[in-house]
Design a protein around this ligand. Structure first.
Ligand code: ZN
Length: 280
């Protein structure tokens, strides 16, 4: 929990024109500032920022609020996340109180799991782009499906080698915890890489952290399903995550609806075609 006096300090120090100005171009209009509203589509600017009142208001769609409200809405953050964001921006020290030891332990564990997933994503990306085998097997698949490099980067796409040890060998070199990798479903109980000979789709949560993976087989037979997903863990609840939501959140907010499609390839190809409201 953040102490009340710290919250007050954040509200006081966060200047609305500076907070909004990090995201929008604002022009002076009398005592106020004016820009194009990020929350609805408009040709003439009606998004007004009042430094004296320290609030924003859009006369087009009616959205209004404080710096904290703006960050929550614009960055899809919770109230507490927005406070932390502004505290960092304005060098306000947050001394959390009443955080239970179990909570601290759980946060620590979640962070470890996410860091492992981020390592795995980078490793799969390296395989795809920097190895001859990965380029021949994985990148050529994406290219044949019409993927541009920008799309491959935006979605962090990668490639898992077929041998069953490539990921864990690298993990051991870098001293990642193998038991945690098993918890994440990256390594099986039989000590083999879970994803083999697959192109890899990392699954982002709303803050852009990696919570799981989907892998598409490059060769299919009766034994290997076309798609495999990471198992659920304390950071990955399949019913709570939409693939593509992180990459599409600004477009979805603007258009106020989304397009639900079936799978990874649908989302990525639609995004590439400019339809960024697609999620799966
Ligand atoms: Zn608006």
């Amino acid at each position: 929990m953040i102490p009340n006096k710290t919250i007050e300090e954040i509200f006081q120090k966060a200047r609305i024109e500076e907070v909004v100005g990090d995201f929008l171009v604002l022009k002076k209009r009398g005592v106020n500032l004016l820009g194009h509203c990020p929350f609805h589509n408009e040709k003439t600017p009606s998004f007004t920022v009042s430094p004296t009142k320290n609030i924003f208001k859009c006369f087009g769609c009616g959205k209004s609020g404080t710096s904290v409200g703006f960050i929550m809405e614009h960055e899809n953050m919770s109230y507490v996340e927005a406070l932390h964001y502004l505290a960092r921006k304005y060098n306000v020290l947050i001394e959390e109180v009443e955080k239970k030891p179990e909570q601290i332990e759980e946060d620590r564990q979640k962070e470890s799991l996410i860091l492992i997933n981020e390592f795995a994503m980078k490793h799969f990306q390296y395989n795809l782009m920097e190895t001859q085998f990965g380029r021949d097997a994985g990148l050529s698949y994406f290219t044949s499906r019409g993927f541009h490099q920008g799309t491959i980067d935006k979605f962090g796409l990668g490639f898992a080698f077929p041998d069953g040890h490539n990921l864990q060998n690298e993990a051991k070199v870098k001293a990642y915890n193998i038991d945690l990798m098993k918890q994440l479903g990256l390594i099986t109980e039989h000590n083999r890489d879970f994803f083999t000979n697959r192109v890899m789709f990392p699954i982002f949560n709303l803050s852009g952290r990696i919570v799981g993976f989907g892998g598409r087989a490059l060769t299919t037979n009766d034994k290997t399903p076309k798609y495999l997903n990471s198992s659920e863990s304390i950071i990955y609840n399949k019913s709570n995550i939409l693939y593509g939501f992180f990459q599409g959140k600004n477009a979805i907010r603007k258009e106020d609806h989304c397009l639900l499609v079936e799978g990874y390839i649908d989302v990525t190809t639609l995004h590439q075609a400019g339809i960024e409201i697609a999620v799966a």
